[in-house]
Write a protein of this length. Structure first.
Length: 277
């Protein structure tokens, strides 16, 4: 994921403050109840918010992440990424250990999102990184978003800080326990025909579909056997085909990565489907 800037500590992240500024109309009269979120260093406008919106400073979120990290053990903060304006920032952290499941090495990660766009919440999400292919699989519960915690920018945010810290701690345990999921998926057989069905579910066949859509589906099917570390035998191979397809398709960016947190991603839908088979 080349759009991440590598770091060795949270202090290396570029920091700036966010300010809520009143807005005036063309007659220089203040518009009540509506504010502009702005960076104090560049005065760049990040988003429109209402009166009860509380701008969460980067230092606050970094302190929360650091507090949670200290509580759960040896956490390495390895990278950060930002969209162009700096309104959305993702911090990548990992446990200083590797999960080895029958020779398949997986790094437990968790991601923290600082969102000052006026449209989103601060988030914590567990994830894993398969070392052989650098595939990312976010560990959102296959039926609910129970593993992802969001703290909205409202006046009661301070009351939610401890819940956010507890969630980060829980997410670390979730990644540690992921080996049980991998073992189960490795044991369950999955055929080529089932992979074709899975690909058609994720990228449905259309009456007037384009050649590009056909190529995408064929590429996804091909990764079942041709993906890094895959041998076309199990549900684990099928899931990794999907995560490799999704992780490495198109130009990487912070916004694209943030969309991968949702429940409608190919990887999440594939995981839910495989769990039900």
């Amino acid at each position: 994921m080349g759009f991440f800037t590598e770091i060795g500590a949270l202090e290396e992240i570029e920091q700036f403050e966010i300010e809520k500024v009143g807005i005036v109309d063309i007659n220089n009269r203040e518009i009540p109840g509506v504010f502009s979120l702005q960076r104090t260093d560049t005065r760049e406008h990040l988003g429109m918010v209402k009166k009860n919106y509380r701008a969460i400073q980067m230092t606050e979120m970094l302190d929360i992440i650091d507090t949670a990290s200290t509580a759960v053990g040896n956490i390495l903060h390895t990278g950060w990424a930002s969209n162009r304006a700096g309104s959305r920032i993702v911090i990548r952290s990992k446990l200083d250990e590797v999960i080895d499941v029958e020779g398949d090495k997986i790094e437990p990660h968790f991601y923290s999102v600082i969102d000052n766009s006026g449209k989103g919440s601060n988030k914590s999400l567990p994830s894993t990184q398969r070392i052989v292919c650098d595939n990312a699989l976010h560990l959102i519960d296959v039926h609910e978003n129970r593993n992802m915690y969001s703290a909205k920018h409202i006046s009661t945010f301070d009351e939610k800080v401890f819940s956010l810290i507890d969630n980060i701690k829980a997410n670390v345990l979730t990644t540690k326990n992921f080996s049980k999921t991998v073992e189960k998926l490795k044991r369950q057989k999955f055929t080529f025909n089932q992979m074709v069905d899975l690909a058609q579910m994720l990228i449905p066949v259309e009456d007037d579909e384009t050649q590009n859509r056909v190529k995408k589906r064929d590429r996804l099917i091909g990764l079942f056997s041709g993906g890094m570390g895959n041998v076309a035998e199990s549900k684990w191979d099928a899931l990794n085909a999907v995560t490799e397809f999704e992780t490495h398709s198109g130009k990487p960016s912070t916004e694209k990565f943030l969309r991968s947190f949702g429940k409608n991603t190919l990887s999440h839908r594939a995981h839910a489907h495989l769990a039900e088979l």
